[in-house]
Ligand binder design. Sequence first.
Ligand SMILES: [Zn+2]
Length: 324
Amino acid sequence: MNDISCKQEIKQITIPTPFAVGDVHTYIIITDKVTLVDAGVKTMEAWEVFQRELSSHGLKVLDIDQVVVTHHHPDHVGLLDYFPANIPVYGHKRAHPWMTQDQRYFSTHEAYYKELFERMGVEERFYPVLDAIDKPLRFACQRGLTSFVGEGDRLDGLANWRIMETPGHASSHLVLFDETSGTLIGGDLILADISPNPLVEPPYVDEAERKKAMLEYIHSIEKMKRLPIKRVLPGHGDIVKNVPVLLETRLKQQDKRANKVLNYLKNQPATAYEICQFLFKSVYEKQLLLTLSETIGQIDYLLDKGLIVEDATSKPYTYTAGGK
Ligand SMILES: [Zn+2]
């Protein structure tokens, strides 16, 4: 432990979002440098609240030396557009094409999701949903990362903070762990009241296959279990204190959800869309992309455990309970 880490202060700044998740938290770590972790959604209201909260801590935007983003979702990066252009912004390289709104990357998305819908057996009446798929990006930033960071990296002024890769909720997801105090700035990985949705992302620019978000999420939670975390400062909701218990609860909940799907498939084979309808009877129509992501997560989980079999000979694919 060095002097600087002893003098460290952390401030939570809470910013409204137009999304169902509600407010988002950002964090200021004050050492010999001022570091902002995450930068809320791009609305005038969020910008005003952010500046007001910042000044209540005796700071202004120009005092911020550097920004780290935990992942690329709009509610964590949007305000960067209002920051001076010379502030360094760090994050995982996979966040970059989302943050710059790289049209070359986005141009592949519609075809990707359409093929995914066909594979899953989604009714054609829902295909227009794909036209609006990039809509939340108007709340995101349009500036990229200055430098990429990843597993084990440390930044100036944050010598006791270890950056760790924790994909799952987003493939770009990072957390920051303060080894001296046991504080984890957890983005959306560990939330007190909800388990984060393992969102399906089209394959990254140089990859052929999508990442299996649910499996990555489980892996990230297992990784967090091995850390002496005392508290989590999350992206949304209350600060998490009893971390080992919550991590265990999340893993058990996931297994329970997967079992529900397994039991359903014991009665009949089904497409992913049918599983989605079964799991989310009342909400799947309104929240199609979120509920499909969750369903894909359960299928990936059960396939990985060898508990179900996929028939991919024709679209839509079907799933049957039972090992290979
Ligand atoms: Zn998120």
